[in-house]
Design a protein around this ligand. Structure first.
Ligand SMILES: C[S@@+](CC[C@H](N)C(=O)[O-])C[C@H]1O[C@@H](n2cnc3c(N)ncnc32)[C@H](O)[C@@H]1O
Length: 279
């Protein structure tokens, strides 16, 4: 496994320890997102897959099992710290058909036509110039290869993120300013917001699909803790135990309206934008 060290994503470097801490828990719930994403990109045995913005390792690690020993996954991210966590996870899982490279989506360090499938889960929202990033993706793909990008749908239809973003920043004394990395999360929430960018990048067979899930989560379990720490971990470390307890109590209270018959009823809404690299 290889890992270069340049980093261009300081906001995510800061979050990396918390993402790695919760990565296995999150990965166990990942199949609901990964299955449609990997299928849309045509990922299967023998494929040479490029995964962009791999973060703590999904969907890259799951894809490694799918492409098998004849295939290969190249996992990339602008944050060296995030990718270091993903590398450790792959080593622990004994995966031998995956390599890691720090790479900004705007300027991929790969030859033309190097891959035959491409995925990006919840990363496109964070790039400065999405058309430039999609053009780079087209460049490194063999003609006829499939690309699939997953982005978040509407914030109000993503209960977990919506409640956390409503409750926690205020208690941390943050402005709730949506201009930073956390604000970009719902940049492509509107239907039809990615497809025109793909067309502008010269991609073919462009299509957007919706993914709606209604998870039911057991009452009494702090299902919100991974999200709390992954989003706000560094800031929480600076708080006293009482201050942190106040935040956790406020979070539990904010989820109370979603509790029915012993389970929390939440919603998830994502969009899947797919295309084909032109011949
Ligand atoms: C929300 S995380 C998604 C990680 C993972 N794919 C997942 O779904 O769990 C977004 C990732 O995008 C990465 N990122 C942000 N800007 C990027 C860029 N310009 N090029 C590559 N990765 C970038 C961040 O470092 C971060 O790891």
């Amino acid at each position: 496994m290889t890992l270069t060290t340049k980093t261009t994503s300081p906001a995510y470097d800061e979050k990396a320890a918390y993402w790695e801490k919760w990565a296995e828990t999150m990965a166990r719930q990942s199949h609901r997102f990964n299955e449609p994403l990997l299928e849309a990109a045509g990922v299967g045995p023998g494929r040479k897959l490029l995964d962009l913005a791999s973060g703590a390792g999904e969907p890259a690690l799951s894809a490694a099992a799918l492409v098998g020993p004849e295939g290969h996954v190249t996992a990339t991210d602008a944050s060296a710290e995030m990718l270091a966590g993903a590398t450790r996870r792959a080593e622990q899982a004994g995966l031998e058909n995956i390599t890691f490279e720090v790479a900004d989506m705007h300027a991929l360090p790969f030859a033309d036509d190097a891959f035959d499938a491409l995925t990006c889960r919840f990363g496109l929202m964070f790039v400065d110039d999405p058309v430039a990033a999609l053009s780079e993706a087209r460049r490194v793909l063999r003609p006829g290869s499939r690309l699939a990008y997953m982005v978040w749908g509407q914030r109000r239809e993503n209960t977990l993120h919506d409640v956390m973003k409503t409750v926690v920043p205020k208690l941390l004394g943050e402005s709730g300013d949506e201009s930073g990395v956390d604000g970009a999360q719902f940049r492509f929430a509107d239907e039809g917001s990615v497809a025109p960018l793909m067309v502008a990048a010269g991609l073919d067979q462009v299509e957007e699909r919706e993914l709606r899930l209604s998870p039911r989560l057991d009452a009494g379990k702090p299902f919100w803790r991974p999200n709390l720490e992954m989003a706000f971990g560094a800031k929480l470390e600076t708080l006293s135990a009482d201050e942190r307890q106040d935040i956790e109590t406020a979070v539990v209270d904010a989820f109370a309206p979603y509790l029915k018959e012993g389970a929390y009823h939440l919603q998830l809404h994502a969009r899947l934008a797919c295309a084909t690299a032109p011949g």
